[in-house]
Structure formats: structure tokens, C-alpha cells
Ligand binder design. Structure first.
Ligand SMILES: [Zn+2]
Length: 81
């Protein structure tokens, strides 16, 4: 039995519709691209971050998660509002 699973996780990128207001966790600009793994959207960000994620998925995913977590903790510890 051969399962079409993790080995088939080819990473590609695609353009985000301009109606999306998602922001890139690495630079804070509007996310223009998203990264797909096995047909599932895994990351969103600027062209640079998504392209490098496609090239080097492991490293870029770490960076992405770090940035997202840093942004979240910044928001939680926001002294005003
Ligand atoms: Zn970015």
C-alpha cells in the first residue's frame, strides 16, 4: 500500500487576491503571496518571504513562526488599548 502523503508535499506559491488584508509577519506589509504545501495554504507573506519559504521550507517556517509569535506577544503586552 502506497500512501500519497508527506513525500508529495511539494511547496509552491501563489498570489493573494488584492482584497485580502492579511499582513506579512516578517515586514508588516500586506501579504501578497501565500505558500502552499500539498495544496494547503501554510504561510502568507510578502513575495520575498514566501519565495524563500518555497526554496527553503524548514528555515523559513521557523522564521515565520518566530515572527508571528513575536507579533502576538507584542500585541498582548501592549500597554495602551
Ligand atoms: Zn515580509
Amino acid at each position: 500500500m502506497s500512501a500519497a502523503g508527506s513525500q508529495d508535499m511539494k511547496r509552491t506559491w501563489s498570489l493573494v487576491p488584492s482584497t485580502s488584508r492579511r499582513r506579512c509577519p516578517c515586514c508588516g506589509r500586506r501579504a501578497t503571496h501565500f505558500g502552499l504545501g500539498g495544496g494547503v495554504v501554510l504561510v502568507m507573506g510578502c513575495e520575498f518571504s514566501v519565495r524563500s519559504w518555497v526554496r527553503d521550507p524548514v528555515e523559513e517556517q521557523k522564521r515565520y513562526l518566530r515572527a508571528a509569535m513575536a507579533e502576538r506577544s507584542l500585541r498582548q503586552s501592549d500597554p495602551e488599548r
